[in-house]
Structure formats: structure tokens, C-alpha cells
Design a protein around this ligand. Structure first.
Ligand code: T1G
Length: 695
């Protein structure tokens, strides 16, 4: 059955697309549109193109990419709209994205629902608009806006679309009726092909601005620069040549690993939200409580409030509670100042926030998230008090970053309701949520947590229990190698630069200084010395013992001027490094940047493969989701598992074996899974553990 149907209302042909869930422009949809135009009755005076369901076209069908193209292509479908003998009115609701906006630009007029948005998000997939967006949009809205939309990928509102000529009218209420009335007011004389419009004015300063912006803020990504090239060409090339140039640039991007990596992450982020096994209905979670009003507690509470829940914030001291409450208030008042929230919206949200020092006030909570100091004994005390006051069904979650969730659950009645919800700081901004399932966590509680994660607009990924879960466990291997290379002769700046050039937002030493070196120091004090490579952290420990804890004390691996976060080289640090190296009797050696990147990445990849093999992570793609959304791993590299596939598992194994030769196999024993997949030729990022089914 075709997803495209038509109905003649008077002499207006209404073409309706119904292709759930998001009306992606699949082959069947494209063919249906062309057929509908070809079959239009001779007396058709105008047409309305509309979509059923929750949104207008969400773009080309990404799942068709990489497969042999099927005619009509999207460009051919748009040509058919432009060449139709009657004007076509696009009726836009939800979001018209990518090919969806390009189709609308191929129509003669656009009527938008007041809440609708339009955008060209192709760069988020490592692509550029490939069906005329870079040529038709500037002809309508001018070069500056087209440059911004095509290179940044962010949608704009209906009001902005009307203001800039993209939309011809806004429907305050019934969109279809408005679009129909609009179409009825038109005749075949009102044909107005976008492609026939004059070239846009060149805007050299806008081109320079967005090129510089892309080079700085989208460092390493090729697509934003290609999108700018294509839009710039629209000022000088006629429409046919412009479309040809756009196509060339589009195909270059499509065949590039960067796009494959970013498309991998698109589907991986949707997959990580799904639980294997039979579907379980989640619990209704409306009343939440957060224990601890520190940095994490404040961010978690704000994120819960934004998701629509009521929140009780608990802390032992009135002073700490007041400070936490005020910080939450500030978060939302900043949103008002920046126009992201109305005053009324802010009061409504704060109206759902309460503060208390009494555990008994939490008795009606559906879920409680503990975010207190990272100490197991303190967490046991908190959970013991909680279990005394909340209902038996109340979900109890810990925001621990490392500690044993099973040990915490063991001491609580109904341990099946306990799990980890590991947020990343700042919790109201960072998208990643590591959902840690304990041995006893029930399927219903896990399903409830995943649904809550979606409601909080988080990208959730499930991890089993181990020290540091998926993200931090892998990070410790990355940090280990960085610390060892520091001892062996590389400088913090060289290591940080090599990894930021690779695409990481920050190097490990700048990151350490920012987070505070004492955090890692205190964690290491609690660890079994045999469980980690102590030599890798000798310099870190020495710095902390000298009260060089990073930015907060003005110095760490670097020194900092007051009020400035710029890491500056510091001779006093060089003295510390020299001293530790000579105490360890290390003969120094030269490093080139690829050495540094390889050592850190191979450490990350091998540990990731072990985590997959143990079933701590269910999918290789989940690990990529964790790293892209929680640790700033460059999206255009797809995540550590996808990156491993890109360089080839044989090469990965060879690198690990070479390191085992040089540094011993204590840390460089290849994961069995890596050995198996290198043998079978399978991809690490596509691997799914068999033991995914929930107990
Ligand atoms: N193609 C194929 N599948 C898509 C899709 C698309 N464009 N968009 C969504 N899906 C699937 C998705 O995988 C999921 O599947 C389900 O729909 C619901 O999505 C030539 C080259 C529209 C804002 O980049 O941003 O046009 O997991 O969970 O949170 O120039 O989906 O249920 O099996 O995300 O409500 C440009 C991509 C394409 C937009 C809805 N378009 N989509 O978000 O639902 S490139 C995009 C989104 C292009 C042309 C070029 C979001 C959404 P499943 P969801 P949501």
C-alpha cells in the first residue's frame, strides 16, 4: 500500500503522505509523490502537500544511504514539484528537516504551523544538503541565513521562517484548513519556482564568519566547510550548475568515513535506548527526590524539573540546601534571560521544586536519586534511611561514578528496585546517562529508568556493574597510557595537543587540572594498588601532595593566572616531572603525535572490547554512544569501537601486541573478543553480546 494518497477538494489536489514514524523520504514516498503529480486531474488549480502523523518529512531515508539509488531520486521528485503546471503549497507541521525542507523549498509556497520548525541537519550526519537546499534556500532567505542553517544544522522557528521569507504564512490553528484556503487563493498563474529566482547576493563577510566558526567550533569536521562552499556557489552559478556543484560536494561527503561514523552514531543513539528481550511496561515516575544538593544533585534536580517531574531536594544542612535551591533557581532564571523559557514557564517549574532536611518528607516519592559524596559507607547510610521511609515500589538510584551498585542494593529491602543512574557534570546539560543495571535490578525498573532518560532528553546507555562502568573504566586505561608516556619523555602539552588534534575536546592533563587532581587521588587511595598501574599516576600524586590540585589551586600540570583557565607551562612543574623521572630511573625517549594517539586509543579500544566480551556493555555501538555523549569523543570518528573498525581490527591487534612486546602484557593482553572478531572479520561497533537478555 502506497504511503501517498490524494484527494481533490474543489480544484485543489491534496497530496497526503503517511509513512510513520517520521515520514522519511523513502523510495515509496518519492515515487508516490511523483505519481500523484502525474495523475493530477486536468482542472487542478493548485495542490497541497502535507504529511500525516507527528511531523512533516524528517529528511531523506537515512537507512537507504549506501544502498543503490532508486528512481525517482529526491532531486527528481523535487523537480516534478517545481515543474508541476499548478502551484504546490507545502503544509508544514512538526519539523521539516533536510530533504523535508528541500522538498518544501521545491514547492511554490509554504504554510507552517506556529510550532513547526525547519532545518538542514545534514552536517550532523557528516553530509551537506544534497537535494537543492544549498541553492534554493539562499535564493529565498539570503546567503547569511542559508550559510548558518546549512553549516550549523540547527532548525529555526516558524516565526523566523516567516520573517525570512521561507514561510509564506503561519497557521495559528488548523494547518490543513489554512493551507487549503491558501491554495484556493492561488491559480496556475501563481506558479513560482524557487529555482527560477535570481541568485542571492554574495555575502563575503558571512562566508568568512561561518568558515571561521566551523574551523573553531566544528574542528575536524569536513561537512560544515563543504556546506559553506556549496551555499557560496549559489551566488555565482545558475541553478542547474549550482545543483550539480552541490551534488559533487554531497557525494564526496557521503563516501567519507566521517559521514559513515556520524550515521553510525545516529542509529546507535536510537538503539541504545532499546532494551533487549520482551517489552516491559515502565512504572509511572512523577514525584522524584534528589539526595545531596552539591553540583551533581543540583544538575540532576534541574534536569528532572525540565522533564516535568516534581522534585524534592534533600540535604542535611539548611545552608547547603539553600545554596542548592538557589543554584537550581539560577539555572532556570538564566534560561529566561536567554529567551529559552518564559517567566511563567520558570515559575511553573520552580513551583514543582521543594527542599527538605527530613527523609520522612520523601515517603511519597516514585523515584529517589542519591548524589552524595562518593563514599560507600555514606551511601549505605543514605539507602538505609531511604528504605525506612519510601514505599516498596519506589525506585532507588545512585549517581555513583565508580562504586559497586550491587553492594549498595544488597543492603536494601527489595534490591530489584535499585540501580545506578550515572549522570555527567553538569547534569542538566550533558546528554549522556549511564544506566547501571545491578544483578537484581528488575526489567520493569530498568525500563522505567530508560523512559525517564528519554523524558530528560538524555542519551541513555545500559552498563552492567564493574569498577567505573563503561565510560570511566575505559578512561582509566586512556589515562594510564597518558601518565606513562609523561614519565617516558612526553610533556603534558604534547600529549594534550596530540589528542585534541585527534579531535578530543581537551587533553587528559588539562582535563585533570579542570576536574581537580585530588578527585583521582582520593579514588586511587581507596583502590587495591594491584588493580591499577601506580607508576602512571606518580606525578599526579606528587602534585596533589604539593597542593597543586589544578585550576582550583592555580596550578597542577599547568599553572593558571587568576580568573583565567588558559593552561600555561610552568617550570615548577617541569622540576617535579624531572624529579619523578630520575627517581624512577627512566631513560627518556622522543614521541611523535601518532604514537601518543595510538597508545591512548588502543588502551581505550582493548578495554572496550573486554567490557563487551564480559557483557557489561550489550553492544559495541552502546560504547560509542557513551564516548560520543559523555567523554567528547569526536562524532566524526564514530566512537572508540567504530574508530577501531576504521583502522582495522588486524591493525588494532598488531598495535596491542607491539605494546605487549614493549611494555609487557600486564595491560596489553588483547581482548579475546578482539581476537575472535579480527578472525571472523566482524565489526566491533556492530557486535552485540549474546547475554543481552535480562535475567
Ligand atoms: N531516515 C530514516 N529513519 C529515520 C529518520 C530518517 N531521516 N529520522 C528518524 N528515523 C527513525 C529513527 O531511526 C527511529 O527509528 C524513528 O525514526 C524515530 O526517530 C538529501 C541527505 C525527526 C527529530 O537528519 O533528527 O535529508 O529507532 O527516535 O526523538 O539533503 O528522528 O524507532 O527504529 O529520533 O521524535 C536529514 C533525522 C536526513 C533528521 C524525530 N534529516 N531525524 O526525533 O524520534 S539527510 C535528519 C531526527 C537528508 C538530503 C539529506 C529525529 C526527529 P527506530 P527518533 P524523535
Amino acid at each position: 500500500m502506497s504511503p501517498v494518497s490524494t484527494q481533490l477538494t474543489g480544484t485543489v489536489l491534496v497530496i497526503t503522505i503517511d509513512h510513520p514514524p517520521v515520514n522519511a523520504l523513502s523510495h515509496a514516498v518519492r515515487a508516490g509523490i511523483v505519481r500523484a503529480l502525474e495523475a493530477a486531474p486536468a482542472n487542478t488549480s493548485a495542490a497541497v502537500l502535507q504529511c500525516a502523523g507527528r511531523t512533516f518529512f524528517s529528511g531523506a531515508d537515512i537507512s537507504e544511504f549506501g544502498k543503490p539509488p532508486q528512481a525517482p531520486t529526491l532531486s527528481e521528485a523535487i523537480e516534478a514539484l517545481e515543474n508541476a503546471p499548478f502551484p504546490v503549497v507545502a503544509a508544514i507541521h512538526g519539523q521539516a528537516l533536510g530533504g523535508g525542507l528541500e522538498i518544501a523549498l521545491g514547492c511554490d509556497f509554504r504554510v507552517m504551523d506556529a510550532k513547526a520548525r525547519v532545518g538542514l541537519p545534514e552536517v550532523t550526519l557528516g553530509l551537506i544538503p544534497g537535494a537543492g537546499g544549498t541553492q534554493r534556500l539562499p535564493r529565498i532567505a539570503g546567503m547569511a541565513l542559508a550559510l548558518e542553517m546549512a553549516s550549523q544544522g540547527k532548525p529555526i522557528s516558524a516565526a523566523k521562517a516567516l520573517e525570512t521569507g521561507i514561510a509564506d504564512a503561519i497557521a495559528e490553528s488548523d494547518l490543513v484548513a489554512s493551507a487549503l484556503a491558501f491554495a484556493k487563493s492561488k491559480s496556475r498563474n501563481d506558479k513560482r519556482s524557487t529555482g527560477a529566482r535570481p541568485n542571492p547576493e554574495t555575502d563575503a563577510s558571512a562566508v568568512d564568519y561561518w568558515r571561521a566558526h566551523a574551523a573553531k567550533r566544528q574542528r575536524g569536521q569536513k561537512a560544515p566547510l563543504a556546506a559553506i562552499d556549496a551555499v557560496e556557489a549559489s551566488a555565482t552559478l545558475d541553478i542547474a550548475s549550482g545543483l550539480k556543484r552541490e551534488r559533487e560536494l554531497f557525494l564526496e561527503r557521503m563516501s567519507d568515513t566521517q559521514s559513515a561514523a556520524m550515521r553510525h552514531l545516529f542509529f546507535a543513539e536510537r538503539k541504545s535506548a532499546k532494551l533487549p528481550g520482551p517489552r516491559t511496561d515502565p512504572l509511572p515516575l512523577e514525584r522524584a527526590a534528589v539526595i545531596g544538593s552539591g553540583t551533581m544533585g543540583v544538575g540532576i534536580a534541574a534536569s528532572l524539573l525540565s522533564a516535568g517531574l516534581s522534585v524534592k531536594l534533600l540535604d542535611m544542612s539548611d545552608q547547603a540546601l539553600q545554596a542548592g535551591y538557589n543554584r537550581i533557581k539560577t539555572i532556570f532564571q538564566n534560561d529566561v534571560t536567554k529567551g529559552r523559557l518564559s517567566e511563567a514557564g520558570c515559575s511553573e517549574i520552580l513551583g514543582r521544586l521543594a527542599a527538605t532536611t527530613q527523609y520522612s518528607d520523601l515517603s511519597d516519592s516514585d523515584i529517589v536519586i542519591e548524589a552524595v559524596f562518593e563514599d560507600i559507607e555514606i551511601k549505605h547510610k543514605v539507602f538505609a534511611q531511604l528504605a525506612n521511609v519510601v514505599g516498596e515500589q519506589t525506585v532507588l538510584a545512585t549517581n555513583t561514578s565508580y562504586l559497586d551498585v550491587d553492594a549498595i542494593a544488597e543492603r536494601v529491602a527489595n534490591p530489584e528496585r535499585v540501580l545506578g543512574l550515572h549522570f555527567f557534570s553538569p547534569a542538566h546539560i550533558m546528554r549522556l546517562l549511564e544506566v547501571v543495571r545491578g544483578k537484581k535490578t528488575s526489567a520493569m525498573v530498568l525500563a522505567s529508568a530508560m523512559q525517564l532518560g528519554k523524558r530528560m532528553r538524555k542519551v541513555a546507555a545500559v552498563s552492567g556493574v564493574c569498577h567505573g562502568f563503561i565510560g570511566n573504566r575505559m578512561l582509566s586505561c586512556y589515562g594510564r597510557e597518558a601518565g606513562l608516556m609523561l614519565l617516558e619523555g612526553a610533556s603534558p602539552r604534547q600529549i594534550d595537543k596530540a589528542l585534541t588534534d585527534f579531535g578530543m575536546p581537551m587533553g587528559p592533563f588539562t582535563m585533570g587540572d579542570m576536574a581537580g587532581l585530588d578527585i583521582g587521588y582520593m579514588n586511587r587511595q581507596k583502590l587495591d594498588p594491584e588493580s591499577f598501574e601506580q607508576r602512571a599516576f606518580l606525578v599526579h600524586d606528587r602534585l596533589v601532595e604539593m597542593d597543586r590540585k589544578g585550576q582550583k589551586t592555580g596550578s597542577g600540570f599547568y599553572r593558571y593566572e587568576k580568573g583565567d583557565r588558559t593552561p600555561l607551562d610552568d617550570e615548577a612543574f617541569d622540576d617535579v616531572l624531572r624529579a619523578v623521572r630520575s627517581e624512577q630511573g627512566i631513560s627518556l625517549r622522543e614521541f611523535d603525535d601518532s604514537d601518543i594517539v595510538d597508545r591512548c586509543m588502543l588502551g581505550l579500544i582493548n578495554e572496550g572490547a573486554k567490557i563487551l566480551d564480559e557483557g557489561i556493555a550489550w553492544r559495541g555501538s552502546d560504547i560509542d554512544v557513551v564516548y560520543a555523549n559523555g567523554y567528547g569523543f569526536p562524532r566524526y570518528r564514530g566512537g572508540p569501537m567504530f574508530y577501531a573498525d576504521t583502522i582495522g581490527l588486524d591493525a588494532v591487534l598488531a598495535g596491542i601486541r607491539a605494546n605487549a612486546e614493549r611494555f609487557g602484557d600486564r595491560w596489553w593482553t588483547p581482548s579475546n573478543l578482539l581476537l575472535r572478531l579480527a578472525e571472523s572479520g566482524e565489526r566491533l561497533s556492530a557486535y552485540e553480546t549474546q547475554s543481552g537478555a535480562l535475567s
